[in-house]
Design a protein. Structure first.
Length: 138
């Protein structure tokens, strides 16, 4: 009886949490756009996003002061900052300022968030995580 209750609870949680996702589609051609959007100058084309071959200047300073001691900066320290243009720096083929990337239900307006990350498989950009206890330079 306990097993079936846990199973029922698990299945119920799947249906309850499924309602929190937005309904968005990736737009890869103009057929996904409304006539009004096309008349307003919006466009669509196939896109793949950023890949391992996308490199370039994204506005970070050329010199970053890290530390001259044997201990690296504390975890969470901002090492540098800059401003990059998403339209031109995010991909090998720049996006148009009127290019539609995703189309979502109007009911999701105000509930959507963007998330960015480093290239997690790169040894220089996030492949390794070191906790505060392992931050001494080798």
């Amino acid at each position: 009886m306990l097993f079936s209750f846990r199973t029922l609870l698990f299945i119920t949680s799947l249906f309850v949490s499924a309602g929190t996702w937005s309904s968005c589609i990736k737009v890869t051609d103009k057929s996904a756009l409304s006539d009004a959007a096309i008349k307003a100058g919006y466009t669509a084309q196939n896109w793949i996003g950023a890949t391992d071959t996308n490199t370039g200047n994204i506005g970070l300073p050329t010199v970053i002061s890290v530390s001259n001691s044997e201990i690296f900066q504390p975890s969470g320290t901002l090492l540098a900052s800059g401003i990059g243009n998403f339209l031109t720096a995010a991909t090998g083929t720049p996006y148009s300022s009127k290019q539609v990337l995703y189309r979502c239900d109007s009911a999701d307006a105000g509930k959507l968030y963007e998330m960015y990350s480093t290239n997690g498989d790169s040894a220089f950009a996030g492949a390794f995580f070191y906790s505060r206890s392992r931050r001494r330079l080798l």
